[in-house]
Design a protein. Structure first.
Length: 276
């Protein structure tokens, strides 16, 4: 056996092992605190790069869902308004047909005309209020719905404008349409019937577009969920495993401290040789 006061190999070895345990313990604590097995490129450069790209796609799909949500709300407003206009036209046709009865007296026809004009005015009111987020698909403008459908913003769904105004739209009735005479009532029956067909065609366009938007919204959510799970599979830590590792490393660290303490006491044995 040889002794040296210049070099304590046992202490150096114990210190080396203790430092390694401390590093492992810090890594484990970081994983538990962040919930991530791979939190920086230093942990695993390739996996971290893949995860970052997936995170970018996930953020892109968040924007896609927001765009689709706005588009769906705009389409829903337009659909509700167009549906109400269709209902009004049905009532107006009833009034026009009744007023087109040649045996009807003038007083009754005038009463029907008042109801007809009131219903006609409601169409304009509905169109003027069929707006969401500054977009009105039913007025005399040119607004359209355009929603992005992919995280690169290179694809979209477009729903065209449906002009239902009484002055320049697809409807045959005009802003001055009346049924106050037999001739006007007969003409109004035809105009209201044609207008109802036109509005129902617009409803078909809007309904199909809204259905496409909602289907795309569901798909975007599924894709987002899948990407999020994929990221988790790549970088998330197994917390149950790391918790067990933490306890083991804490015990190992305590033992390492004791081993270092014992190793540091070894040079004291030299004093006993000299009777110290």
């Amino acid at each position: 056996m040889s002794f040296s006061v210049n070099t304590n190999a046992s202490a150096l070895s114990a210190l080396f092992n203790l430092n390694g345990t401390t590093r492992d313990l810090n890594d484990t604590q970081t994983k538990i605190n962040t919930g991530l097995e791979i939190s920086t490129a230093k942990d695993n450069a390739a996996i971290y790069s893949i995860a970052q790209q997936l995170r970018a796609d996930l953020r892109g799909f968040t924007a896609v869902k927001q765009s689709l949500d706005r588009a769906i709300s705009t389409a829903d407003i337009a659909l509700a308004a167009a549906g109400s206009i269709s209902d009004l036209l049905i009532e107006m046709k009833e009034k026009a047909v009744a007023a087109a009865d040649a045996g009807l007296d003038a007083s009754s026809r005038n009463a029907l005309n008042e109801d007809f004009v009131a219903l006609r005015g409601q169409i304009t009111t509905i169109i003027n209020n069929a707006e969401f987020n500054g977009t009105n698909l039913l007025d005399g403008g040119t607004d359209t719905i355009s929603a992005i459908t992919n995280p690169d913003a290179t694809q979209n769904i477009v729903i065209g404008h449906q002009n239902l105004t009484l002055t320049s739209g697809v409807m045959a009735i005009t802003a001055a349409e009346t049924i106050n005479s037999l001739a006007n009532a007969s003409l109004a029956v035809t105009n209201v019937t044609n207008s109802l067909t036109a509005v129902n065609n617009s409803l078909t366009v809007l309904g199909a577009g809204a259905k496409s938007l909602e289907a795309q919204r569901v798909f975007a959510q599924k894709i987002s969920d899948t990407i999020e799970v994929g990221i988790g599979n790549l970088v998330d830590a197994d917390l149950a495993k790391e918790s067990a590792n933490l306890q083991a490393l804490q015990v190992k660290q305590q033992l390492g401290v004791q081993a270092l303490s014992i190793a540091n006491q070894a040079p004291q044995a030299i004093l006993s040789i000299f009777g110290g």
